[in-house]
Structures are given as structure tokens and as C-alpha cells.
Design a protein around this ligand. Structure first.
Ligand code: ADE
Length: 227
């Protein structure tokens, strides 16, 4: 079954409102909804903010029968061409806050694990097709950098750009990617840009997040008819 997850209410509420034949599955720390969206059986949930919540929720989704996972939400733009409202479809994901460099591991690398997790090619292609239908915004494919930090400085943006070649910064995607990859379950992350992760990120995020969360949601909706 297809699973769709976000971190916050704003990221899933529009899809939840359209969910037909809705059933609630209570799990420790998270509520999953099962139902039908655009004729497609889905699991839908809000996992909460950060990598731990994301990993826990992804694990519950897999146990509940998820065979593909789409993450929808907002992010801080890192690629210099990105503007508020634009969409990023993940090529791969890194955990930018992992630091075992003292033991000679590259920044972001967990010993014994891959340095980044590749999103599923088919889900990426379908997401891109659906994203091109969202009017007035640019869609890019790129690397998503996740960490338990809200990035709000030009130094922070610069680091993610030069060290990781990231297109955007958020707080969950790579944790979902790690869980899905271990289970062999395909995934993709779709993020709309709520801020540019610099000194004005806190103000922009509060202003634009509820508005741009709609863009990622439109992409997910567009994907449903194509999967
Ligand atoms: N989500 C939205 N904007 C973000 C930022 N600047 N840093 C981390 N996560 C975000």
C-alpha cells in the first residue's frame, strides 16, 4: 500500500480532508489513517518534527503494510536559484547533522552506512510529472539535506551547499529514507520551499509555510492518478 507522510498538520491536512473510507490506527506515538484518495488505497499520517519522529513513523507505516512511501512537506531552499513556493523532488538524501569526522568518516556519514540514500526512480519521475502541473512555480530535482536543526543563517546555507551540494534543508526526509532503504521500500521526498534558510528564514517560514505546503500536496494528489 502507498503511504503518505508529513511532519506537521499543515502538510497533511488537505489530503486528510479528502480521505474516503477513513479508518484510524492508533500506534505508540502516532496516529495512522487508512483510506482511499483518488481511488487509491493509502496510509496517511503526520509523524511530527525531526528525524526520530520520522524514523518511528516510517517504521509504523511499514509494519502497517506500506510498500511505497511519499513524504510531503516544506523545506528551506539551499540551491541559490530556489524561491519561496518552488518545489524540490528528491534525488537522494543526506543527514547533514551526523558528524563522526573525528574518526575520519566524511561529514554526514554514519559508520557502516551509506553516505546518502537514493530516492526511487519511478516515484521521482511521477513526482516530476505531477509537479510540472503546479502553476507558477519552478520544480527542481536535487539532494535533500535533513538534520535536527532549523537552518536560519547564510553560513548554514553555505555549508549545506558546499559540503553536501544540497538543494534544500528539512528535518525528516533522510530518516524516512534510511528506514525505507533498510526495508527495501521505495520512497521519494517532495518539498516546497517555505524560506531560503537564511537570516529571514524564521519570519518567512511562519508567513509562507501554510501557503506553500499546498504545492507539495498538489504534487502528491497529481501522483495518485499516475501511480
Ligand atoms: N523546514 C522549512 N524550512 C526549514 C529550514 N530553514 N531549516 C530546516 N527545516 C526547514
Amino acid at each position: 500500500m502507498l503511504a503518505i507522510m508529513g511532519a506537521m498538520d499543515e502538510e497533511i491536512e488537505l489530503l486528510l480532508a479528502e480521505l474516503q473510507e477513513r479508518e484510524t490506527l492508533e500506534r505508540p506515538g502516532v496516529t495512522l489513517y487508512r483510506g482511499v484518495l483518488e481511488g487509491v488505497p493509502v496510509l496517511l499520517t503526520k509523524g511530527g518534527i525531526g528525524k526520530v519522529n520520522a524514523a518511528m513513523t516510517a517504521t509504523h507505516l511499514l509494519h502497517a503494510g506500506a510498500t511505497r512511501v511519499i513524504f510531503t512537506g516544506v523545506a528551506g531552499g539551499v540551491h541559490p536559484n530556489l524561491r519561496v513556493g518552488d518545489i524540490v523532488v528528491s534525488t537522494d538524501l543526506v543527514q547533514h547533522d551526523v558528524d563522526v569526522t573525528a574518526l575520519n568518516y566524511a561529514p554526514g556519514t554514519i559508520p557502516g552506512e551509506t553516505p546518502c540514500w537514493a530516492a526511487d526512480e519511478h516515484l521521482r519521475a511521477v513526482a516530476l510529472e505531477a509537479a510540472r502541473e503546479v502553476e507558477g512555480v519552478q520544480t527542481v530535482e536535487g539532494r535533500v539535506a535533513s538534520g535536527d536543526q532549523f537552518i536560519a543563517s547564510s553560513e548554514g546555507v553555505q555549508r549545506l551547499w558546499t559540503e553536501f551540494s544540497a538543494s534544500c534543508a528539512e528535518m525528516e526526509g533522510a530518516a524516512v529514507a534510511q528506514v525505507c532503504a533498510k526495508a527495501g521500500v521505495p520512497f521519494v521526498v517532495i518539498r516546497s520551499v517555505s524560506d531560503t534558510a537564511d537570516h529571514s528564514a524564521n519570519v518567512d517560514y511562519r508567513t509562507f509555510m501554510p501557503l506553500v505546503a499546498r504545492h507539495a500536496k498538489q504534487v502528491v494528489r497529481g501522483m495518485l492518478t499516475r501511480l
